[in-house]
Design a protein around this ligand. Structure first.
Ligand SMILES: CC(C)(COP(=O)(O)OP(=O)(O)OC[C@H]1O[C@@H](n2cnc3c(N)ncnc32)[C@H](O)[C@@H]1OP(=O)(O)O)[C@@H](O)C(=O)NCCC(=O)NCCS
Length: 167
Protein backbone atom coordinates (compact mmCIF):
# COMPACT_ATOMS: atom_id res chain seq x y z
CA UNK A 1 0.00 0.00 0.00
CA UNK A 2 1.42 3.33 -1.09
CA UNK A 3 0.35 6.08 1.36
CA UNK A 4 1.28 9.70 0.83
CA UNK A 5 0.52 12.63 3.12
CA UNK A 6 0.42 16.12 1.65
CA UNK A 7 -1.23 19.49 2.15
CA UNK A 8 -4.74 19.60 0.72
CA UNK A 9 -4.98 21.24 -2.68
CA UNK A 10 -7.99 23.15 -4.04
CA UNK A 11 -8.27 20.38 -6.66
CA UNK A 12 -9.05 17.93 -3.82
CA UNK A 13 -12.13 19.92 -2.69
CA UNK A 14 -14.85 17.77 -4.24
CA UNK A 15 -13.20 14.52 -3.15
CA UNK A 16 -12.73 15.86 0.39
CA UNK A 17 -16.45 16.62 0.68
CA UNK A 18 -17.30 13.09 -0.57
CA UNK A 19 -14.71 11.64 1.82
CA UNK A 20 -16.32 13.49 4.78
CA UNK A 21 -19.74 12.01 3.94
CA UNK A 22 -18.21 8.53 3.81
CA UNK A 23 -16.19 8.80 7.02
CA UNK A 24 -19.06 10.58 8.82
CA UNK A 25 -21.31 7.62 8.06
CA UNK A 26 -18.78 5.07 9.28
CA UNK A 27 -18.45 6.12 12.94
CA UNK A 28 -20.23 8.05 15.68
CA UNK A 29 -16.94 9.59 16.77
CA UNK A 30 -17.14 12.74 14.65
CA UNK A 31 -19.23 15.90 14.97
CA UNK A 32 -21.14 15.00 11.79
CA UNK A 33 -22.67 11.93 10.18
CA UNK A 34 -23.17 10.84 6.59
CA UNK A 35 -24.43 14.32 5.66
CA UNK A 36 -20.80 15.50 5.79
CA UNK A 37 -20.09 19.23 5.87
CA UNK A 38 -22.45 21.84 4.43
CA UNK A 39 -20.10 23.41 1.90
CA UNK A 40 -20.14 23.48 -1.88
CA UNK A 41 -17.08 22.22 -3.74
CA UNK A 42 -16.35 25.82 -4.75
CA UNK A 43 -16.50 27.05 -1.14
CA UNK A 44 -14.24 24.22 -0.04
CA UNK A 45 -11.78 24.94 -2.87
CA UNK A 46 -11.68 28.64 -1.94
CA UNK A 47 -11.11 27.76 1.71
CA UNK A 48 -8.23 25.43 0.81
CA UNK A 49 -6.64 28.04 -1.49
CA UNK A 50 -6.94 30.60 1.29
CA UNK A 51 -4.94 28.51 3.77
CA UNK A 52 -2.28 27.35 1.31
CA UNK A 53 0.52 29.38 2.89
CA UNK A 54 -1.07 29.83 6.33
CA UNK A 55 0.99 29.47 9.49
CA UNK A 56 -2.23 29.17 11.49
CA UNK A 57 -4.15 26.40 9.75
CA UNK A 58 -3.07 23.28 7.95
CA UNK A 59 -5.20 20.64 6.28
CA UNK A 60 -3.43 17.40 5.37
CA UNK A 61 -4.75 14.62 3.16
CA UNK A 62 -3.52 11.03 3.23
CA UNK A 63 -3.89 9.28 -0.11
CA UNK A 64 -3.64 5.62 -1.05
CA UNK A 65 -3.05 5.09 -4.76
CA UNK A 66 -4.16 8.67 -5.31
CA UNK A 67 -7.43 8.31 -3.39
CA UNK A 68 -8.13 10.20 -0.13
CA UNK A 69 -8.18 7.82 2.85
CA UNK A 70 -7.49 10.23 5.72
CA UNK A 71 -7.71 13.87 6.66
CA UNK A 72 -6.26 15.91 9.51
CA UNK A 73 -6.16 19.57 10.40
CA UNK A 74 -4.62 21.88 12.94
CA UNK A 75 -6.29 25.27 13.48
CA UNK A 76 -4.87 28.03 15.64
CA UNK A 77 -7.34 29.56 18.08
CA UNK A 78 -7.81 33.36 17.93
CA UNK A 79 -6.39 36.23 19.98
CA UNK A 80 -5.36 35.40 23.57
CA UNK A 81 -5.70 31.70 22.75
CA UNK A 82 -3.39 31.82 19.74
CA UNK A 83 -0.71 29.77 21.49
CA UNK A 84 -3.16 26.86 21.21
CA UNK A 85 -4.34 24.84 18.21
CA UNK A 86 -7.17 22.39 17.73
CA UNK A 87 -6.47 19.02 16.08
CA UNK A 88 -9.02 17.05 14.05
CA UNK A 89 -8.38 13.71 12.36
CA UNK A 90 -10.15 10.90 10.54
CA UNK A 91 -9.24 7.85 8.48
CA UNK A 92 -11.68 5.71 6.47
CA UNK A 93 -12.48 2.37 8.06
CA UNK A 94 -10.94 0.28 5.25
CA UNK A 95 -7.56 1.85 6.14
CA UNK A 96 -7.64 1.72 9.95
CA UNK A 97 -4.67 0.19 11.80
CA UNK A 98 -2.24 0.65 8.91
CA UNK A 99 -0.42 3.63 10.37
CA UNK A 100 -2.26 6.34 8.40
CA UNK A 101 -3.61 8.13 11.50
CA UNK A 102 -0.19 8.08 13.18
CA UNK A 103 1.50 9.56 10.11
CA UNK A 104 -1.11 12.33 9.90
CA UNK A 105 -0.61 13.21 13.59
CA UNK A 106 3.16 13.16 13.21
CA UNK A 107 2.87 15.66 10.34
CA UNK A 108 0.38 17.86 12.23
CA UNK A 109 2.73 18.04 15.22
CA UNK A 110 5.59 18.89 12.86
CA UNK A 111 3.54 21.81 11.44
CA UNK A 112 2.71 22.93 14.99
CA UNK A 113 6.38 22.95 16.02
CA UNK A 114 7.51 24.80 12.90
CA UNK A 115 4.83 27.45 13.38
CA UNK A 116 5.28 28.19 17.08
CA UNK A 117 2.16 26.49 18.42
CA UNK A 118 2.70 25.91 22.16
CA UNK A 119 -0.19 23.54 22.81
CA UNK A 120 -2.09 21.16 20.54
CA UNK A 121 -5.43 20.13 21.97
CA UNK A 122 -8.35 17.95 21.03
CA UNK A 123 -11.58 16.46 22.27
CA UNK A 124 -12.17 12.71 21.93
CA UNK A 125 -15.01 10.39 22.93
CA UNK A 126 -14.09 8.70 26.21
CA UNK A 127 -14.75 5.30 24.59
CA UNK A 128 -12.68 5.92 21.42
CA UNK A 129 -9.87 3.52 22.34
CA UNK A 130 -7.99 3.65 19.03
CA UNK A 131 -7.84 7.45 18.94
CA UNK A 132 -6.87 7.77 22.62
CA UNK A 133 -4.15 5.15 22.04
CA UNK A 134 -2.51 7.08 19.23
CA UNK A 135 -2.83 10.43 20.99
CA UNK A 136 -1.10 8.98 24.07
CA UNK A 137 1.55 7.42 21.80
CA UNK A 138 2.44 10.95 20.66
CA UNK A 139 2.49 12.30 24.23
CA UNK A 140 -0.99 13.82 24.56
CA UNK A 141 -2.30 13.85 28.14
CA UNK A 142 -5.90 13.90 29.31
CA UNK A 143 -6.56 17.12 31.22
CA UNK A 144 -10.33 17.03 31.76
CA UNK A 145 -13.61 15.38 30.99
CA UNK A 146 -16.29 17.32 29.18
CA UNK A 147 -19.56 15.62 30.21
CA UNK A 148 -22.43 15.28 27.72
CA UNK A 149 -20.30 16.63 24.87
CA UNK A 150 -22.38 14.75 22.25
CA UNK A 151 -26.05 13.91 22.19
CA UNK A 152 -26.68 11.24 19.58
CA UNK A 153 -30.36 10.40 19.44
CA UNK A 154 -31.05 10.25 23.18
CA UNK A 155 -27.63 9.18 24.36
CA UNK A 156 -25.25 11.65 26.03
CA UNK A 157 -21.56 10.97 25.48
CA UNK A 158 -18.66 12.30 27.54
CA UNK A 159 -15.45 13.44 25.89
CA UNK A 160 -11.87 13.60 27.15
CA UNK A 161 -10.02 16.85 26.58
CA UNK A 162 -6.39 16.05 25.76
CA UNK A 163 -3.41 18.20 24.99
CA UNK A 164 0.20 18.02 23.90
CA UNK A 165 2.58 20.69 25.14
CA UNK A 166 5.16 21.63 22.53
CA UNK A 167 6.85 24.26 24.68
C1 LIG B 1 -8.67 7.22 15.32
C2 LIG B 1 -8.16 6.98 13.90
C3 LIG B 1 -7.87 8.33 13.24
C4 LIG B 1 -6.89 6.14 13.94
O1 LIG B 1 -6.39 6.02 12.62
P1 LIG B 1 -5.53 4.76 12.15
O2 LIG B 1 -5.04 5.04 10.78
O3 LIG B 1 -6.31 3.52 12.35
O4 LIG B 1 -4.32 4.84 13.20
P2 LIG B 1 -2.98 3.99 13.23
O5 LIG B 1 -3.10 2.83 12.30
O6 LIG B 1 -1.85 4.92 13.01
O7 LIG B 1 -2.91 3.53 14.75
C5 LIG B 1 -3.94 2.82 15.36
C6 LIG B 1 -3.42 2.35 16.71
O8 LIG B 1 -4.55 2.12 17.58
C7 LIG B 1 -4.50 0.81 18.09
N1 LIG B 1 -5.87 0.40 18.30
C8 LIG B 1 -6.79 0.03 17.39
N2 LIG B 1 -7.98 -0.19 17.98
C9 LIG B 1 -7.78 0.05 19.32
C10 LIG B 1 -8.63 0.02 20.45
N3 LIG B 1 -9.91 -0.31 20.35
N4 LIG B 1 -8.10 0.36 21.65
C11 LIG B 1 -6.79 0.72 21.77
N5 LIG B 1 -5.95 0.77 20.72
C12 LIG B 1 -6.45 0.44 19.51
C13 LIG B 1 -3.76 0.02 17.02
O9 LIG B 1 -3.23 -1.16 17.54
C14 LIG B 1 -2.68 1.02 16.63
O10 LIG B 1 -1.69 1.02 17.62
P3 LIG B 1 -0.11 1.28 17.31
O11 LIG B 1 -0.01 2.64 16.71
O12 LIG B 1 0.54 1.23 18.67
O13 LIG B 1 0.31 0.20 16.38
C15 LIG B 1 -9.22 6.18 13.07
O14 LIG B 1 -9.58 5.03 13.80
C16 LIG B 1 -10.48 6.98 12.77
O15 LIG B 1 -10.50 7.80 11.88
N6 LIG B 1 -11.55 6.72 13.49
C17 LIG B 1 -12.84 7.39 13.22
C18 LIG B 1 -12.77 8.89 13.41
C19 LIG B 1 -12.19 9.24 14.76
O16 LIG B 1 -12.43 8.57 15.74
N7 LIG B 1 -11.41 10.32 14.76
C20 LIG B 1 -10.84 10.84 15.98
C21 LIG B 1 -11.81 11.78 16.60
S1 LIG B 1 -11.14 12.49 18.09
Amino acid sequence: MNITVEKANAKDAEEILEYLKLVGGETDNLTFGNEGMPFTAQEEAEYISGIETSKDIVMLVAKSDGQIVGLASLSRLPRRMSHRGDLAISVIKSHWNKGVGSELIRRVIDFGRKNAFEIIELQVRCDNGAAIHIYEKFGFKKIAIHPDFFKIENEYIDFDIMRLKLK
